[in-house]
Ligand binder design. Structure first.
Ligand SMILES: Nc1ncnc2c1ncn2[C@@H]1O[C@H](COP(=O)(O)OP(=O)(O)O)[C@@H](O)[C@H]1O
Ligand SMILES: [Mg+2]
Length: 348
């Protein structure tokens, strides 16, 4: 029986919507792994022969949240934060050490057989398709495995072929696909049976800017047009900035923030940087609202606060005064955002 989160410290930005009828409820979820610690040195090596010291890793360390139908939520955190472990529990791949977990009325790990037919999941690092088969044959196999009626299969396949531009490699074996192509094929495979829920683990990892954008647009389309509830994990802030209204930030197995992206940005957005290559050499390149924090030949780095000036205001100021060859805005890394949240918690 699912119990409302209580007691433990709530993440910053926590929104509790009493009216929400959650499709996912997670309460005080834990996953601990036991790992062997190798002793070092000659005596250590000798002792390793007889016994191993063991240590517990709290990959997920008491997490609670609820997700409403139709939400598109970003699950964000640095490497090793516990994102994949959470998703594996949500998709029934791992049994929780403790805690409650209910997804669309299912206990994922206990009802795994039925459950996997009711969700879609893509783990960026590995494919659900058959390595040696052409993409289309893999998809046909999935139709039979999931018993997808022919009409639904055809409609979905036709739609995804267009949206994901699959035609160019439908007859190519999966092992010969590029990373981006494989991700597109995997997304199609995960959605053929019209699941109401889609779990994506780092769907844009390792992709170039164009490929990332294509995947993001597809995810957004599926969420908006089909009302599919989606959780996607990422360590890339720009993924969630383009896609998600709500973000959860996890670090060291604990939820640090759960709330609106706007709120996160204003409170912890941190300073951004504008890097400009000038077409001429200028002695003084200072402008209002930003600090020049780097100068190297014809290149300058401006550091500015989100709250003080917008990127476009700053760019127009700089371009009014100087001739510019190229420029780029840099957002803070997720590690920087996480560090700021810890600082605020210490102060607050
Ligand atoms: N099967 C496992 N055995 C032991 N430790 C694990 C296992 N899976 C994950 N971990 C550890 O749990 C922590 C969280 O891992 P993970 O959930 O993969 O993080 P993320 O996906 O955020 O990068 C890491 O310290 C990782 O080394
Ligand atoms: Mg991971």
């Amino acid at each position: 029986m699912y119990k409302k989160p209580q007691g433990s410290r709530r993440p910053l930005g926590f929104i509790q919507n009493e009216a929400m009828n959650p499709i996912i409820s997670v309460h005080n979820l834990h996953k601990h792994f036991q790992i062997a610690v190798h002793r070092r040195g000659m005596f250590g090596a000798l002792r390793n022969l007889f016994s191993r010291d063991r240590r517990w890793v709290r990959a997920v360390d008491g997490i609670s949240f609820e997700i409403g139908r139709g939400e598109l939520v970003g699950y964000l955190g640095p490497n090793g934060a516990g994102k994949s472990t959470t998703l594996k529990m949500l998709t029934g791949l791992l049994v929780p050490t403790s805690g409650d977990l209910l997804v669309n009325g299912y206990l994922p790990w206990r009802e795994r057989q039925t459950y996997v037919g009711k969700i879609g999941a893509v783990f960026g690092q590995r494919t659900t398709l058959w390595w040696d088969l052409p993409v289309i044959e893999s998809l046909d196999m999935l139709q039979h495995i999931y018993s997808i009626p022919q009409a639904r299969y055809r409609t979905n396949l036709d739609e995804f072929r267009k949206l994901l531009e699959l035609d160019e490699f439908l007859n190519t074996p999966v092992r010969s696909l590029s990373l981006g192509q494989r991700m597109r094929a995997d997304l199609c495979a995960a959605l053929l049976h019209n699941p109401p829920l889609l779990f994506l683990d780092e769907p844009t990892i390792g992709l170039d800017v164009v490929a990332k954008e294509r995947i993001r647009q597809f995810i957004q389309h599926i969420n908006r047009k089909r009302g599919t509830t989606i959780i996607l994990t990422t360590h890339d802030l720009s993924d969630v900035e383009k896609l998600c209204e709500r973000v959860m930030i996890i670090d060291k197995g604990k939820l640090l923030f759960d709330g609106q992206l706007d709120n996160l940005r204003q409170r912890f957005g941190g300073s951004r940087q504008l890097i400009v290559d000038f077409a001429e050499d200028y002695a003084n390149v200072s402008v209002d609202g930003a600090q020049v924090t780097g100068r190297d030949g014809s290149r300058a780095t401006y550091t500015f606060e989100r709250s003080a000036i917008s990127a476009s205001e700053l760019i127009s100021q700089v371009s009014e005064r100087f001739r510019i060859r190229d420029l780029e805005v840099q957002e803070p890394e997720i590690e920087e955002t996480v560090r700021r949240i810890y600082e605020e918690r210490l102060l607050g």
